[in-house]
Design a protein around this ligand. Sequence first.
Ligand SMILES: [Zn+2]
Length: 342
Amino acid sequence: MPQAQTALVETARGPVEVPALGPTLMHEHIFVLTADVQANYPGEWGSEEERIADAARRLTELRRAGIKTIVDVTVIGQGRDIARIKKIAGQVPELNIVVATGCYTFDEVPMFFWRRTASDEAMAGRPAKDPMADYFIGDITEGIAGTGVKAGMLKCAVDAKGLTEGVERVLRNVARAHVATGGTPITIHTHAAARHGPAILDVLRAEDVDLSRVVLGHSGDAVRDPDYLEQMAASGLTLGMDRFGIDHFASFQDRSDLVVELCRRGLAGSMVLAHDTCCYIDWFAPGTLAPLKNWHYLHVSQDVLPYLREHGVSDADIDAMLVGNPARVLSGLSRRLANTED
Ligand SMILES: [Zn+2]
């Protein structure tokens, strides 16, 4: 039986009720930019209006392909600009865009946080508490940079170098913001081949994180390691099969077959899907991304879902990965409550 929905999920156009989320891509970007480089070398970016129009056009296509919600996991370190995202959201009125807070680093924290530590606070006569989490909490509870848009997800990264001092500091502050805000979901960029999952879990458990609200991002890169992913899913977290289209180090078939295999193992309830793509990223020289022909917003809808169905993944499993699991992670409602069809 459908139950009354009370939990709301924040988007770039304000809060929406859980059943309005529908098919959801849990890890995308719109723009990934090096903000101070853009301010000084804006030539490649070009016209702001044209970039916004291009994004609105691509996201309208995505909505027409049946996706109703994306999570834009662009945070500090990736050129987040929520005023710009709000403009785009206004031009794509039927697509929900959940925005994120957090910090993306593979090693050290940004210089801004370098001298804003617990001991700096004490030196200034304030309580000796790391102030980083308060920035994230403000984005969730009050909104971002005067836009009124509130973050609906927390994001950090643990890449090949693992839990360096800076990376662990961000992870702990993300975890503290999650706890302080009643369970705001967390997505963590990981380097799947390095198998940092257990070390990440140690930190999350020590900080009392609700693992049912955590996505272990880029798990889908571990195309030869379903056993590792099965172990990670046993903790209660959700696996991000979220780089469809990044085919140069894991092919379309390998990425898809991994999802098929994990569904065969009964883990459809532990996976979410996405591309980790964007409309423009300044981290690559012009033209170098051209070989990634599948790296666009429509690849899951047009290619991945048909492949999964052809290889025995049931509609119920696809619904779980695309609708039920995202709703559960984003809202905290149990899968049964979040899925109005039950
Ligand atoms: Zn990403």
